[in-house]
Design a protein around this ligand. Structure first.
Ligand code: COA
Length: 390
């Protein structure tokens, strides 16, 4: 039986209520702002309000997708995060009342650092190959929070991406050939007792570069496309300069020495949202794809090389072939609004939000109201998270 065409029918991103720009951060840290703007390629980072978390971010990204497509064919919700709110219950279940999800869906949470949403896409493609009437909602949602005063602090951020995977998609087809690479590396991890990760930043960069080359080599061994076949590339962007490092490395392993302009042609359009939002872990690669599609209008029928990386580590290289007419399905105005509508924080307010914690006892703790969006975390009572829809 021939495989159906499977891929992305809708892609919607959301981010937080607040942001802080790197010029403010640089001033308070006594750092040359060029290190942030040019060195790591970041202008600003999203900062969650007390009443935002991965569930409210997921709901904000997914609601417009369900509004457009309905839920009658939705059979599976795969939520990928490395900022889980519970060790047992899938965060996607909190979305049931917020998004009026049908009870006839399987809901599960996926974890492997920044990579897990890509596993979600591949699992979705498998389910749809079995039953092309089946639709799968993959949601990537994360808050990247590091200890203040560490090199990683400037690479914080938060965002979500909701990706509807269907047969005969309107935006991009996911080709079935993929290349994968995994190995046991301690470059970044977060033990259960910690609220921030343990990071060996330099090791994470070299591991990412190695994993990229290995994943692409595996992709080629399985019949994948030549590098010259791709009109653009999207990389996981913990900071946008990482996409440039990774692409230069990948081309270098194939004997090419690209100029900065060559790299810009392949990558620049994919970096707009991540430059402003910062690291969003599982969502980062899909913010890159949204940015590319929203900012280039000649991609119909062309191939985009996608590189997903999650520390620890797993990497996957795959191809998304853009469907002619894709621009009719995009949400560029809403995405731009999500980024530009954020409220800038003064440095001291950023620091107090960074320190904000909901007490961990069983009492009722109302969460201060900061946000104005459709979904908020209203309270925690008896260890239960209570959300509100406006
Ligand atoms: N003007 C322009 N560029 C400057 C600069 C200046 N004044 N000062 C420094 N830079 C450049 C550096 O040369 C470097 O670029 P390069 O990597 O191309 O050489 C870049 O800015 C970063 O500087 P560096 O001193 O290496 O940064 P750092 O030690 O402060 O940490 C990370 C950078 C990424 C390791 C750190 O932010 C981190 O740990 N992040 C979290 C983990 C992560 O994101 N890993 C990525 C893979 S998943």
């Amino acid at each position: 039986m021939p495989h159906p065409r499977v891929g992305i029918a809708d892609l919607s991103i959301a981010t937080t209520h607040y942001m802080i720009d790197h010029a403010t951060l640089a001033r308070h840290h006594g750092v040359d702002v060029a290190k942030y703007h040019r060195g790591i390629g970041q202008d600003a980072m999203s900062v969650p309000a007390p009443d935002e978390d991965i569930v409210t971010l997921a709901a904000a990204a997914a609601a417009p997708v369900l509004e457009r497509h309905g839920t009658s064919a939705l059979r599976t919700v795969l939520l990928a995060t490395e900022t889980g709110v519970d060790q047992s219950k899938a965060a996607g279940l909190y979305l049931h009342p917020l998004l009026r999800l049908p009870h006839t869906t399987r809901v599960v949470e996926l974890k492997q650092a920044c990579y897990a949403a890509t596993a979600g896409l591949q699992f979705a493609a498998g389910l749809i190959a079995r039953d092309p009437a089946h639709q799968v909602l993959v949601i990537a949602t994360d808050i990247a929070r590091y200890d203040t005063g560490t090199p990683a602090e400037a690479t914080q951020g938060a965002a979500s991406a909701a990706i509807l995977v269907t047969a005969d998609p309107g935006i991009a087809e996911l080709e079935s050939v993929t290349g994968v690479h995994s190995s046991h590396v301690m470059d970044f991890w977060r033990p259960n007792h910690r609220t921030t990760p343990v990071v060996d930043g330099k090791l994470s960069i070299t591991t990412y570069l190695d994993a990229t080359a290995h994943a692409y080599a595996d992709y080629r061994r399985h019949g994948g496309r030549d590098l010259d076949d791709f009109a653009a590339f999207c990389y996981h962007q913990p900071f946008t300069a990482m996409a440039y490092k990774a692409h230069r490395h990948l081309l270098g392993t194939h004997g090419q020495a690209p100029s900065h302009d060559d790299l810009d042609t392949a990558l620049a359009a994919s970096t707009h949202y991540n430059r402003a939002v910062g690291n969003s872990y599982t969502a980062s690669l899909y913010l890159a794809l949204a940015s590319l599609l929203d900012h280039r209008d000649e991609l119909g029928g062309r191939h985009v090389g996608m590189l997903s990386y999650g520390s620890g580590c797993v990497a996957e290289f795959f191809c998304a072939t853009v469907v002619p007419g894709y621009r009719d399905h995009l949400r560029a105005t809403a995405h731009d609004h999500a980024v530009t509508a954020r409220k800038p924080l003064a440095y001291d307010d950023y620091r107090s939000l960074h320190e904000f914690r909901i007490p961990a006892d069983a009492g009722r703790h109302n969460v201060p109201e900061h946000t104005a969006g459709a979904f908020r975390l209203a309270a925690v009572e008896g260890h239960e998270r209570i959300y509100e829809t406006r």
